[in-house]
Design a protein around this ligand. Structure first.
Ligand SMILES: [Zn+2]
Length: 187
């Protein structure tokens, strides 16, 4: 027996397909989705710095800029961080979009896919207890019921019924959003 007392374990992985889009209306077309260009612009005025991220409209390609730091004192910005902006480091783009609080709304559609290491699992009433570990490659906010539906190939109604009668035990409410690793039990 394992520590949790459940012999069967499955690992599901929220695989990253790409970074989220930045939601901002384009001034040239009707698109609201923008992509990072992996470029920054740093402007110094005395001891104050402005840092922008350059983004590109998905519809027409028009480039615009969004503020990352405005009128920040040069000593308030870590040197390593400033260098990353000046070098247009893609790691900084990723950090800004998915690791730090971001001032613009993000569109996560198309950024992930759920991979399971097991085929469709039949719920026949006497199923062996199962522990599912869900690991996130990308901190995409997703409703936990959507993961369970995708992982088992079940409808929302069936998943909610299984949570209601205790066959699926989740660490959070069935309609809550998760964005980091968690586990749940079936059986
Ligand atoms: Zn556009």
């Amino acid at each position: 027996m394992s520590e949790s007392g459940v012999d069967r374990k499955a690992l599901w992985v929220v695989r990253e397909l790409g970074l989220p889009a930045i939601v901002k209306p384009c001034v040239s077309c009707r698109s609201t989705r923008h992509r990072p260009t992996d470029k920054f612009r740093v402007n110094a005025s005395g001891k104050l710095l402005d840092v922008w991220m350059l983004i590109s409209c998905e519809g027409c390609g028009r480039t615009s800029k969004i503020p990352i730091h405005e009128r920040i004192h040069v000593q308030a910005l870590a040197h390593e961080r400033l260098l990353m902006f000046e070098r247009n480091d893609p790691a900084m783009v990723r950090r800004l979009l998915v690791e730090e609080p971001f001032a613009f709304r993000l569109d996560w559609s198309g950024t992930w896919v759920l991979e399971t290491d097991m085929p469709f699992y039949q719920f026949d009433g006497d199923a062996v207890p199962l522990e599912v570990l869900v690991r996130f490659e990308l901190p995409v906010p997703v409703r936990v019921e959507r993961l369970v539906m995708a992982g088992f190939g079940l409808s929302r109604a069936v998943v909610r019924g299984m949570v209601a009668d205790g066959r699926v035990r989740l660490p959070v409410a069935v309609d809550a959003k998760v964005h980091e690793d968690f586990g749940f039990f079936v059986g």
